[in-house]
Design a protein around this ligand. Sequence first.
Ligand code: GAR
Length: 201
Amino acid sequence: MKFAILGSGRGSNAEAILRAWRAGGLGPAAPVALFSDNADAPILRLGESFGVPSALIDPGPFRTKLDPAAEERFATAVRSAGADWVVLAGFMRVLKRGFLEAFPDRIINLHPSLLPAFKGLHAIRQAWDAGVRVTGCTVHLVSREVDGGAILDQAAVRVEDNDSLESLEVKVHAAEHALLPSVIGRLAEGRLRPLERRTAR
Ligand code: GAR
């Protein structure tokens, strides 16, 4: 399972994947490239430290999605890197049909809530504002419904009385850093099989 990582920001999840890979924790899965839509994304510097090629790709004129030409640029870059899977680790643009059809059921996304609760942006804040006592993170297949594809796995995080939004964010991110590499490793080893509505473990 060769995969490309796409990210827009801090890159802490990309780093967790690369660390797990370096430690031999991804089984037969290997990251072969890192791509970003954001020239300032620290994710681009990670490639150098881990010996994985990284590149900025022009995302086109829109802020929250890629236009068809940009989708083609991303798809071509992923294919040229030799990847057949795509891992979205904090990639903050909605992917449309052109990109999804290039890698059918081979794109996974990380989301910082227990889906289907709190889809969309600022999911940790949404959960905090709603006053839930349990939230967490989800890794799912990407489908045309935003944050709506088949759930691969989830990790729960309790909201304690002494938590703040900031401490909750730290806890959700820590859960993400464990969950995403674990899902990639299990997918590669055939221990997670996405089904229509439910993932076989
Ligand atoms: C993560 O919390 C991820 O779940 C979230 O962006 C953050 C990226 O952090 N993704 C989304 O909200 C996607 N809708 P990172 O750049 O440090 O990995």
